[in-house]
Design a protein around this ligand. Structure first.
Ligand SMILES: C[S@@+](CC[C@H](N)C(=O)[O-])C[C@H]1O[C@@H](n2cnc3c(N)ncnc32)[C@H](O)[C@@H]1O
Length: 148
């Protein structure tokens, strides 16, 4: 079974709350984003976001430029269903994180539990190249990239 089928199967056969990595509230991610001290118009991407509630929480906090990328369309569908009309406020991408061609520059690159699935050195290098699509916004003192 290839990588995409593997993840599609998981999200087809389980509810988001049934997977071992589910978090009601992604506290650590929210804290990491908060310590960046960026304004609510920061451009944020959640790579391998799956069916995580991070985007729900960020919308609630007032962030307005959110993107969620995942290999699994089923995963993103769970999030869209949960968010209802608010799903229209988010930019969704079904894509492979090592081949993602960003159409915008990001201030924050968030990755919880995706990078470590890249066991091939070439894939890790490609991923690192993709994650360099950071904003050139001079107002910002730094950009943030989290993989944990
Ligand atoms: C352990 S889950 C973590 C999901 C989410 N970050 C969270 O905290 O709930 C890993 C996620 O990465 C996605 N994924 C795995 N490999 C990927 C890849 N190469 N590109 C994009 N997404 C990938 C899976 O579909 C899955 O949603």
């Amino acid at each position: 079974m290839n990588k995409k089928s593997h993840w599609e199967n998981i999200y087809q056969n389980k509810l988001p709350e049934e997977v071992s990595w589910y978090q009601d509230v992604p506290t650590i991610s929210l804290e990491l984003i908060s310590v960046c001290s960026m304004s609510n118009d920061a451009v944020i991407i959640d790579v391998g976001g799956g069916a995580s509630t991070l985007s729900d929480c960020l919308l609630e906090k007032g962030y307005t430029h959110l993107t969620v990328l995942d290999l699994s369309a089923n995963a993103l569908e769970h999030s869209k269903q949960r968010l209802g009309d608010k799903a229209n406020l988010i930019d969704w991408h079904v894509d492979e994180s090592t081949q993602f061609s960003a159409s915008k520059r990001y201030d924050i690159w968030h990755d919880r539990a995706v990078f470590h699935f890249l066991t091939d050195e070439n894939d890790r290098e490609k991923y690192k190249k993709c994650s360099k699509c950071f904003s050139q916004n001079r107002r910002l003192r730094h950009h943030c990239r989290f993989c944990y």
